[in-house]
Design a protein around this ligand. Structure first.
Ligand code: G4P
Length: 195
């Protein structure tokens, strides 16, 4: 997605060989126009699939999940990382380990919001090791619902997330694929492929 690649090049900050900071438009401050374009692009990428609901995880997945759901005119649900005060039983849950942050969260969604006949598109902001997406897919499968696909805003293609998700049988669509962040430079996968 060209607009996203330009935003990454113009506003992203390479923090280390493995981490890209994009908090001016995605992770902290939100660019609503760009995020709306992401929603339109996800809808194109999963065109023809029957989707009944979007599932994401708080917090940075919420904005792109919202714009995708708005485009499709369907609800979206976000998994919580902390237990809600009003939601203590009737939960689907999965453990998600973050290698980046070296912490494990139990993610939860109410059983009321993922039903057996739901066809779910999972959306998240970053794909690194794939643990968050696999945890979300596990919630869907626990409810005997169907994962239609997984939409990612920024994929770090030098980490094993995509491979794990594809091995598990999921269609993965990423709006930007990073080949490398080495030498303080963002390189997209397509550039490398055409060289
Ligand atoms: P994984 O789910 O693919 O295994 O990824 P990982 O555990 O490595 O990611 C944990 C958190 O770190 C996630 O955010 C993810 O979005 C974020 N993250 C991973 N790599 C990058 C990166 O290069 N840049 C940025 N900005 N974030 C990255 P989170 O803890 O869920 O935070 P939030 O959604 O509340 O913002």
């Amino acid at each position: 997605m060209e607009e996203l690649k330009q935003a990454i090049l113009n506003k992203g900050v390479v923090v280390s060989n493995g981490v890209l900071k994009v908090d001016t438009f995605l992770n902290h401050q939100i660019d609503p126009i760009l995020i709306a374009q992401m929603g339109q692009e996800f809808v194109k990428r999963f065109n023809g699939k029957e989707i009944t609901k979007i599932l994401t995880i708080e917090s940075s997945g919420i904005a792109p999940a919202f714009t995708t759901a708005l485009e499709l005119g369907i609800p979206f649900v976000f998994a919580r990382k902390k237990k809600s005060l009003t939601l203590s039983s009737n939960l689907l849950s999965a453990k998600v380990h973050s290698f980046t942050k070296n912490e494990t969260n139990e993610i939860t969604v109410s059983k009321d919001f993922i039903l057996e006949d739901d066809k779910i598109l999972i959306i998240d902001d970053f794909l690194a090791n794939g643990e968050a997406a696999l945890g979300l897919a596990s919630l869907v499968e626990q409810a005997n619902a169907t994962v239609v696909g997984i939409g990612i805003v920024i994929e770090k293609s030098f980490q094993p997330g995509r491979e794990k998700l594809e091995q598990a049988g999921y269609q993965v669509e990423s709006l930007a694929r990073l080949a490398s962040l080495e030498n303080n430079t963002v390189r997209f996968l397509e550039e490398v492929a055409t060289k």
